[in-house]
Each structure stands twice: as structure tokens, then as C-alpha cells.
Design a protein around this ligand. Structure first.
Ligand SMILES: Cc1cc2nc3c(=O)[nH]c(=O)nc-3n(C[C@H](O)[C@H](O)[C@H](O)COP(=O)(O)O)c2cc1C
Length: 380
């Protein structure tokens, strides 16, 4: 019953029971001692909102204009590689949820579905997210594929010059492609439902690097995707080339320094995506939300800003919007939801967050998410 789930933590607990530890820890884990990941959530929790009264808030509007479109809700689905590890079919569920609720779905280049399949499922709600690996040509060939498929929005992620050390993954022996030793075998044996459904669906692969494309086959074992290869080539020069080639909207993800944000704006990006990758990259990174007002101030009021990292409820979404974000994304909560209760979990999560955002607006005396402002945040 989906009404067992009343908050993100309920989904997290259930998915922890249902998933092999190898998979749950890959999703839930973070860089180093995981302090950045923990601090993202705690800092958002500590921010206080000032209730306002005697406003008629019977009707509340959660629709949000962003990048010249109207979205059904002010939040969407962050790019995540290999979502089908959370449960087989997760990518499909996310695409259906994105259509049903008219929210953006960021399709990772490391996704378990191909960019073509996701576009067919989520149509114009799908945005393509690019990592640049060792080969710039391969990166540009993915960009061309996305453009030819019909994608109108490209996200370039720049905060993974190299995948960080994630202690849980190292301890569990998480590798792509998977290596099944004794401890992984025992872990899988304790989670037969996940194993059976995964075997029926086919073990997830990074589908954008398919056998069909010989250019991607520089490592047969990994079907072309090399998780640990350098992504450090992405620089200002690459950004300039990308801006010249990509005709659609360009978003740069993983920005925390106002100086970088200013330069990215000058380079012609259409939006900046503030994120510390959910604490999965630099263990000592600041809580992402603390950067939001600084970057908003540096860029002025009208430059489009997206925020993620640590959002676990509707009040946190409202806080980020009030502090200057135009749009908010969530990562892990969607995978916990799918792991806990498959597609019904994903739909339930969106319903929960929608209700929480709406209730928070009522408490703040707002009729619309467009009315949220920094002065609704107060010192505690
Ligand atoms: C399992 C997993 C895979 C991810 N893969 C990607 C990816 O392929 N590309 C990317 O830009 N970010 C990736 N991220 C980071 C998310 O886009 C997002 O920044 C982060 O999850 C936000 O923090 P939250 O999980 O606290 O909401 C991934 C995150 C998780 C949890």
C-alpha cells in the first residue's frame, strides 16, 4: 500500500530492506566520511520560515515557469546514472512520472536506458545530461545524438573531474561492470526479489554506450562506459566549443563558487545548476544551500538557477525557491521511492512532495510558488 509512505525516510528505510547492500549503498552513499551529504540535509532542516496569516490561501498554484515553459510543479528529477539498479524499470517509471506530472526528467549519459528511449517516453520533458570523458569527440557525438533525437535542453555536469572515493562502494566492491565475488553473492542471496526481477529484466547497463555504436566500444567489458576514467578535460575552452555547437538551452551543473557562476553566465549558458552532487564528490564541500544566496546575488535577480543536494521534503523545496532558486531537483529520494515500491513509490513521492509544498505555501500566506521571496527566511 503506497499510503505506508509518509516521508522520504519511509522510502529510504524500505528500499534499504529490499535492495542488496551493494546497490543501496551506491545510491545512499557519498564521498569520504559522508559529512557533506549529511550537512546538505541538516543545513536545509535548520533554515526557518516565517509563517504569515490572514491571507486567503484557499487556492494555491504550484505551476512554475522555467526556461520558457510552464511546468506542473517547481521540482523535477536530477540526472542519475544506472537508476535501474534501484529496481528494474526505474528509468521507465521516472519517464512516466515526468509526463504525468509535467516535470523535467534529467537523463544521465550514464543512464540504464538510451537517450533515444527516454526521449520517446518523456518527450520534451527529458533533458540530456552530459559527462565529458577522456574523448572529447565521443562527448560531441553524444551531443549530436541528443540534438538529432530532439532534446532541447543540455546539462553539462562539471563537478566530476574524477569520480570521488566513496568508502561504502570501496568496502562493498562496487564496480562497473559488476564483479560478483562471495560477499556480493551472499548479499544478492538475501534479496531474491531484486535478483529475480533484475535477471528477468536483464542486468542494467549504461545504455548510451551501446554495442550498436562501434565508436563506444573501446572497452568491451564495460560496453564503452569507463566509470573511473578522467572527466578532467572539461574546461572553459570546452564550454565555449559546446556553446557554439549546441543550439538549445545549456545548463551547467555542479557550481558552488560565485566567481565560476559569473564566468559561466558570461560564456553564454542559459542556466546554472547549483549542486554539490549530493555530497558525492568533495567530502569537504560546503552545504549546497549556503551557496544559493551568494550565487543569486552575483548573477542578479533574473538569471535562471536550479538547485539540488539534500532536498528531502516540500518545505526544503520552498526554502530553496525562497532563497533564489527558480527550480529544484531531487536525486536519491526518487531512487529510494522506486526501490521501495516501484512506480507506485515514485508517484507517491511526487504526491507527497506536492502536498508538502502546497501546505507550506498556505502557512507562508502565499497563493503561488512564484510569490516566494528571501524575506520569508528568518534567522533562527
Ligand atoms: C545514484 C546516483 C547517481 C548519480 N548520477 C549522476 C549522473 O550521472 N550525472 C549527474 O550529473 N549527477 C549524478 N548524480 C547526482 C544527482 O544529479 C544530484 O546532484 C544529487 O543526487 C542531489 O542530491 P540528493 O541526492 O541529496 O537530492 C547522481 C546521484 C546519485 C544518488
Amino acid at each position: 500500500m503506497s499510503n505506508r509512505f509518509h516521508c522520504v525516510e519511509d522510502f529510504r528505510t524500505e528500499s534499504k530492506n529490499r535492495l542488496p547492500r551493494l546497490m543501496f549503498d551506491f545510491i545512499d552513499g557519498a564521498a569520504g566520511n559522508e559529512y557533506a551529504s549529511y550537512k546538505n540535509i541538516e543545513t536545509l532542516d535548520q533554515i526557518r520560515l516565517l509563517p504569515r496569516v490572514l491571507v486567503n490561501v484557499t487556492h494555491r498554484n504550484l505551476k512554475k515557469r522555467f526556461l520558457e515553459r510552464e511546468w506542473g510543479l517547481p521540482f523535477g528529477i536530477a540526472p542519475m546514472g544506472m537508476c535501474d539498479l534501484a529496481w528494474p524499470g526505474t528509468d521507465k517509471s521516472l519517464a512516466r512520472a515526468s509526463l504525468q506530472h509535467n516535470i523535467p526528467l534529467c537523463h544521465s549519459i550514464a543512464a540504464s536506458s538510451s537517450l533515444e528511449d527516454t526521449y520517446e517516453r518523456a518527450r520534451g520533458n527529458a533533458w540530456f545530461q552530459l559527462y565529458v570523458g577522456a574523448s572529447l569527440e565521443k562527448a560531441f557525438s553524444h551531443v549530436k545524438r541528443a540534438q538529432d533525437t530532439g532534446y532541447e535542453v543540455l546539462i553539462l555536469t562539471v563537478d566530476v573531474p574524477q569520480v570521488a572515493q566513496r568508502i561504502r562502494d570501496l568496502r562493498n566492491g562496487f564496480k562497473v561492470p559488476f564483479r560478483i565475488g562471495l560477499s556480493q553473492f551472499l548479499d544478492f542471496a538475501k534479496h531474491p526479489n531484486w535478483v529475480i526481477e533484475t535477471l528477468i529484466a536483464g542486468v542494467p547497463k549504461t545504455a548510451n554506450y551501446s554495442e550498436k555504436n562501434p565508436a563506444d566500444l573501446d572497452s568491451a567489458a564495460s560496453n564503452g562506459f569507463i566509470r573511473d576514467e578522467t572527466r578532467g578535460k572539461v574546461d572553459w575552452n570546452f564550454l565555449q566549443q559546446l556553446r557554439e555547437r549546441w543550439m538549445g538551452k545549456l545548463i551547467i551543473k555542479g557550481v558552488l563558487a560565485p566567481q565560476d557562476a559569473v564566468r559561466i553566465k558570461q560564456a553564454g549558458a542559459d542556466a546554472i545548476y547549483i549542486s554539490n552532487h549530493g555530497g558525492r564528490q568533495l567530502g569537504s564541500a560546503p552545504p549546497a544551500v549556503t551557496r544559493l544566496p551568494l550565487i543569486r546575488e552575483a548573477l542578479g535577480n533574473n538569471f535562471p538557477l536550479i538547485f539540488d543536494s539534500g532536498i528531502r521534503n516540500g518545505e526544503a523545496i520552498v526554502k530553496a525557491l525562497a532563497m533564489g532558486a527558480d527550480f529544484v531537483m531531487l536525486g536519491r529520494p526518487f531512487l529510494f521511492a522506486s526501490g521501495a515500491y516501484k512506480e507506485r513509490g515514485v508517484m507517491r513521492l511526487i504526491e507527497l512532495l506536492t502536498d508538502e509544498v502546497s501546505l507550506t505555501l498556505a502557512q507562508l500566506g502565499c497563493k503561488s510558488v512564484e510569490e516566494l521571496e528571501p524575506n520569508m527566511i528568518i534567522e533562527n
